[in-house]
Design a protein around this ligand. Structure first.
Ligand code: ARG
Length: 470
């Protein structure tokens, strides 16, 4: 049974019905729809629209439906409906009779679906925040376990300066921590109640929207009925945060894929998160990380579909908005599962300190430090840069490192070369210690950052996330 039959003679096109249905996707909102209905029927009672006995009857009917949905699996199979809201109203009428028809008073699916979507989004944010805490914790654990492991830092994928592996890990910690803040910030805007907005102009009955907002756990009632029935910024915004989380995960995945190639061998993935080849017996491929990287493309696509959907929509509700669900559900599911797997990959990742350290003796990582030592002795930086640059060029031509040069050879380029400068050139560990500024890679600074990160994780874990009725 449709919710809008009267105006129509009854002849439809089954192909169009299939084309327009959303039940196959929005059945996922059923518990939210029921929760909104439960609160709304009481609001109708308080407004004097329904008699107490009617409120009780409808409430009991909704309870029966909740029980049905919880215990009858699969509850939605073989039950055609235009959408989840239609399904609930039809089933309710079967359960409690015609009194069910009064539930629809003063409201529309437009404010109903927007409310259910916002409840879903609030839960989705809580779930994502929890999954993000897992990644943050795994990063700090890796960093703490290997707090003094040295490795080459790269820019442009070319060896740049020595850094700590823990410092590298904490760089991602910062990104994910900002993303987590973004989720929290997004939640503030999701947290508004659409119900009572009606189809677009506001309900014609005396619904206390502030009270209804409290009943449903919303921070406030939305201020404009046209806006809230047609606004899906919250969907676009949440998808943006998901897309950014995925972009960050994808960068991390890309790094670890490269770090795990035997030529570098900085890390080894646990077997559980790798796969073999059906042809080449020796292979151990980082498929978990490749899938994370690949799925970031998918979530980015979900965000762009959502923005394209909103562009050019006139006020207020348009049926186009039905298309918000697949992008949001899939964007959230994909991001959440990628976070969960990323946390496990990180937890089980074997860091090869020996390989990382060995790599720091190649690539002239201390070149900047030699130049800076010359600067400390009074040479202008541009001259020091030039001299060390020529020295590196000489080494590269000869295919030798700083360690393999004689004193006379080096003095052609740097006349002041002495034991101290040689020490600077050959001890990348000392280069770390010189980067002793807030945010720098000096072990002292990084240890402090690890402690701060541990406190952050402990604080996040102690905060219990918001949970809706479902
Ligand atoms: N299934 C619709 C959606 O998800 C519900 C709202 C339908 N409203 C309407 N005026 N046809 O957006």
């Amino acid at each position: 049974m449709k919710l809008w039959g009267g105006r129509f003679s009854g002849r439809g096109d089954p192909d169009f019905e299939r084309f327009s249905e959303s039940f196959s996707v929005d059945q996922r909102l059923v518990m939210y729809d029921l929760a909104v209905n439960q609160a709304y029927v009481r609001a109708l009672g308080r407004a004097g629209v329904l008699r107490p006995a009617e409120v009780r009857k409808i409430t009991r009917g909704l309870e029966t439906l909740r029980h049905y949905v919880t215990h009858r699996r699969p509850w939605a199979s073989g039950q055609p409906a235009e959408d989840v809201h239609t399904w609930v109203e039809n089933r309710l009428e079967r359960a409690v009779g015609v009194v069910a028809r009064k539930l629809r008073t003063g409201r529309s699916r437009n404010d109903l679906v927007a409310t259910a979507m916002r409840l879903y989004a609030k839960d989705a944010i809580a779930g994502l925040r929890e999954a993000m805490t897992g990644v943050l914790a795994a990063l700090v654990d890796q960093a703490r376990r290997h707090s003094s492991v040295i490795m080459p830092g790269y820019t442009h994928w070319q060896p740049a300066q020595p850094i700590l592996w823990s410092h590298y890990l904490l760089a991602y910690f910062e990104m994910f921590r900002r993303d987590r803040d973004r989720l929290e910030d997004c939640l503030r805007r999701v947290d508004e109640l659409p119900m009572g907005a009606g189809a677009l102009a506001g309900t014609g009955f005396a619904i206390d929207r502030e009270n209804l907002a409290r009943q449903l756990g919303f921070g406030r009632a939305a201020r404009n009925s046209l806006d809230v029935t047609s606004d899906r910024d919250f969907v676009a915004e949440l998808l943006f945060v998901c897309a950014l989380i995925m972009a960050h995960l994808s960068r991390l995945a890309e790094d670890l894929i490269m770090f795990s190639t035997p030529a570098l061998g900085f890390v080894e993935l646990a077997e559980a998160y790798s796969t073999g080849s059906s042809l080449m017996p020796q292979k151990k491929n980082p498929d978990s990380l490749e899938l994370i990287r690949g799925r970031s493309a998918r979530v980015l696509g979900r965000l762009t579909s959502m923005l394209a959907l909103l562009k050019g929509l006139p006020l207020a509700y348009n049926r186009d908005l039905q298309e918000d669900k697949e992008p949001l559900f899939d964007g959230v599911d994909t991001t959440r599962s990628a976070l969960v797997i990323a946390a496990r990959v990180l937890q089980t990742l074997h860091a090869r300190a020996d390989r990382m350290k060995a790599a720091t003796s190649e690539g002239f990582l201390t070149a900047t430090d030699i130049a800076e030592e010359l600067v400390r002795r009074g040479m202008p930086f541009s001259e020091a840069h030039e001299r060390v640059g020529r020295l590196v060029r000489y080494c590269a031509e000869q295919q030798r490192g700083f360690a393999q040069l004689s004193e006379t050879e080096v003095r052609q380029f740097i006349p002041q070369w002495d034991a101290r400068l040689r020490e600077v050139a050959l001890r990348p560990e000392a280069a770390l210690r010189r980067r002793d500024v807030t945010g720098g890679t000096a072990p002292r600074q990084v240890r402090r950052q690890i402690r701060a990160a541990e406190r952050t994780v402990a604080m996040l874990r102690s905060r219990v996330g918001h949970r809706n009725p479902v």
